[in-house]
Design a protein around this ligand. Sequence first.
Ligand code: AMP
Length: 271
Amino acid sequence: MKIILNNTSLFESLRPFNDLGFVPTMGGIHKGHLSLINKSNKLCKKTIVSIFVNPKQFNNKKDLKDYPRNIKKDLKILKKSKKVDFVYLPKFKDIYEDKKKSKITLQRKDKILCAKFRKGHFEGVLDVMNKLTKIVKPKKIFMGEKDFQQLYLVKKELAKKYRTKVIPCKTVRDKNKVALSSRNFLLKKNNLVIVAKIFKKLVDIKKNIKNKKNIRGFLNLQKKELKNNYKIKIDYLELRNINNLKISRSNKNSRLFIAYHINKVRLIDNL
Ligand code: AMP
């Protein structure tokens, strides 16, 4: 596993390879990331993982400051997996060399879910994914369904400009069905017990949606119940179509999306 610290070294190291699978991350490596790496390892000749906490996608300074960082531990896990050929650890200037202001804007119809609650977040994500794709030039990029809206927007954005294919990967959960996330490192044990209970409740809600005529009304009631029972703040609880992310009127081709705050940590999930 070669560790790459700047773009000159990156270009040199990657020159011989064109069947490259890319797993972009912000570190805090867990089994969710490793599942993306495994898939890349199966489908591509070489796999490159990047670790870059992109400041431009944080709409909140404290969130950026508190984001879990442990590069030593991350490298140890990646090396142990034996599935990673290159780890790219760019500096801010490696990514934002050209200093040009990003021209990325979201369409009105995409200003939903996290885009509505984290202003500027996806503009930052799309900007960095454009830059990383231009620099790494991978054949395939592996991204998790855990961040479904991110996957949806990045896929759409990259399809306009590059040949690179975005490959969706299933959400990895722990034994209590909690979706793995670097942000879980910020939670206490008893928070995780509640997160598991919330997931169970979401499974019930999704099942019960089938018989409901007024889904929006039903979800509003469920939202209130979740808030009261678990003392969480909920940004959204919505059923949306997986192909266009429009509000759904039935369970068909749909996922239930949630974002909530527990112990000041913002979590998202979909099922
Ligand atoms: P992050 O480091 O949180 O920016 O995530 C890097 C990539 O890993 C993104 O494509 C995420 O969607 C994906 N990912 C994060 N958590 C999971 C998970 N539990 N299961 C599958 N993929 C995940």
